[in-house]
Design a protein around this ligand. Sequence first.
Ligand SMILES: [Zn+2]
Length: 263
Amino acid sequence: MVYVDRGVGARRARSIIHEYRIRTPKEIDVEGIAALKNVCVREDILEGCEGRLVRKGNCGIITVNTNTREVGKKRFTIGHELGHFELHGKKNSSFICSKKDVQPLGSFNVSPETEANEFAAELLMPEDMFKPQCAQTSPSLNHIQSLAYDFQTTLTATALRYIQYCPYRCAIVVSKENKIKWAKESEDFGYRLESGQKLHPDSWATDFFQGEDLTREMQTVLARSWFQYGRVSSTACLSEQSWSFPNYGEVLTLLFLDDSFDE
Ligand SMILES: [Zn+2]
């Protein structure tokens, strides 16, 4: 039985950042941090899993899948496995983590996998460094992309972190097959976007699934094109920025309700 506690992952990562006096995103060398903890990182072809931790005594070996190309994804996997090492380590133990286990999208269930993900998110995008950046400019996918570049994280992980800390009413939506795959709203967003909800024909994101190219600019759209739940005025508009990722067959959307939003 592994002991779990909401927030323990983030707290442990924060104390490591503090312990090694890491002050800038560039200094977050996740393999270097692992090495300081007697954990070495190697790559290998892993069948059906994203990462693996084998622990013996106070030492460990993390293996990440060679087939994972994206640097940000690799870093998140290393962070996740290091999270298991720091939080769930018995003297001799091993963890084999699937794609579903290693992911930045939070879960209501408290589990070792959720804790390891929280650890990875805080280690790679520490609140003290990340949060102040969120308020620096008005919301856009361009800003999130530049944060992803600075912190060497995936666009998705960065977008989710952004939603957690931005002082604006925003939501991030990933769509696939013309339906919402998942969505995450900022705390004061005020509307819920349900997984499985079909995209409205007036949304910009849906154009990708009709075979059209998407502009990468922020656009205005009627709010009811997105909000099928909750009250919304028939003339209310919101800002939508949708980027397509044809290789994944997915669209990443940022929705933004500015101060003039009329409910
Ligand atoms: Zn795991």
